[in-house]
Ligand binder design. Structure first.
Ligand SMILES: NC(=O)c1ccc[n+]([C@@H]2O[C@H](COP(=O)([O-])OP(=O)(O)OC[C@H]3O[C@@H](n4cnc5c(N)ncnc54)[C@H](OP(=O)(O)O)[C@@H]3O)[C@@H](O)[C@H]2O)c1
Length: 288
């Protein structure tokens, strides 16, 4: 097995580097940052896959700035939709299999039960729309692919995520206002990386869409409270629940699904992966 990880300097890419190297699953793995391999460059992609005789690609490359995507729709589409299309064509031509990462933001969040893979998508932001277009292109051009939708991803090795931002804010502010009407499942990138390694090491390949997140659900407000409690800061920092609508007038940005819990039964039953509870995984991450 010769693996290519794209977008290798992002949260999931960094987690995969650690877990793949620990598990020694591949003959070789190339962890390609954007500087080394830009997924919007079709010719370079095709050459890179062939020159390195790649058998499996894990696509972690994405435009993930959800609010910025509303202002720079073209840049977001070029990566999340067109880039994935180019990757699909290059991989399929060479016979390499793809595991692609997508998002809970393909849903509108107007339900009250965890979304399963067959539920109707209806993105409400440009980021969500671009990610759904990437899914559709991939399934059309490389139908043997696996797509994993995840949610509220954070990595213990990155400072560009919700827990890191809460802890950063808590250094200088003693009163935080956090929305309590966005509900979802925080997901530790290390757990997702382990699930991906499990798929790569399973002898049989079952293409299609899967949902993966840590188990349990919470609001952003609950999430912030738990982060502060686990960090021992709950007695010094007060958290006030606010509504998204109220906050939107202060800091406008992309619309977010109010409820985006994901049903993970399919990936657990098909691949036997574990979905630890989000508080256990967060606790491990913060201990680091
Ligand atoms: N973060 C979340 O909360 C979340 C939730 C659900 C799903 N997801 C999905 O999970 C996946 C991994 O997310 P993440 O949090 O690890 O994202 P991330 O930390 O933003 O990493 C994305 C990486 O992709 C790189 N990249 C951007 N454009 C590229 C291009 N044209 N070619 C190659 N690389 C490129 C970025 O490089 P630069 O930094 O240099 O641009 C960055 O290193 C993404 O597909 C994302 O949509 C994320």
């Amino acid at each position: 097995m010769k693996i290519l990880v794209t977008g290798a300097n992002g949260q999931l890419g960094i987690a995969l580097r650690k877990i793949i190297q620990e598990s020694k699953i591949a003959d070789s793995t190339i962890f390609a940052s954007r500087e080394v391999l830009d997924i919007t460059d079709a010719d370079t992609l095709a050459r890179f896959i062939a020159d390195n005789d790649i058998t499996h690609i894990v696509n972690c490359a994405a435009f993930t700035a959800v609010d910025r995507a509303e202002e720079d729709k073209a840049a977001c589409t070029a990566i999340n939709s067109d880039g994935v299309k180019k990757l699909a064509m290059a991989a399929d031509n060479y016979g390499a299999k793809i595991i692609h990462i997508s998002t809970d933001f393909v849903f509108d969040g107007l339900t009250h039960r965890a979304y399963s893979e067959s539920d109707k998508v209806n993105p409400i932001s440009h980021y969500g729309t671009s990610k759904r277009a990437g899914e559709t292109a991939l399934l059309a051009l490389a139908p043997d692919s696996i797509i994993i939708r995840t949610s509220w991803l954070y990595s213990p090795d990155s400072n560009k995520n919700f827990p890191a931002k809460i802890l950063e804010a808590a250094r200088t502010e003693k009163h935080l206002k956090i929305v309590d009407d966005q509900i979802g499942s925080p997901t530790n990138a290390d757990d997702l990386a382990r699930a991906i390694v499990r798929i790569l090491t399973t002898p049989q390949w079952f293409p299609g869409i899967y949902h993966y997140c840590n188990s349990g659900v919470c609001s952003r407000f609950d999430y912030a409270k738990v982060i502060l409690r686990l960090a021992g800061l709950d007695s010094t920092v007060n958290v006030e629940p606010i509504s998204t609508a109220g906050n939107f007038s202060v800091t406008p940005g992309a619309a977010r699904p109010p409820f985006s819990a994901l049903n993970t039964s399919k990936i657990r039953l098909t691949y036997g992966v574990e979905t630890p509870h989000w508080i256990d995984s967060l606790s491990k991450a913060l201990k680091k």
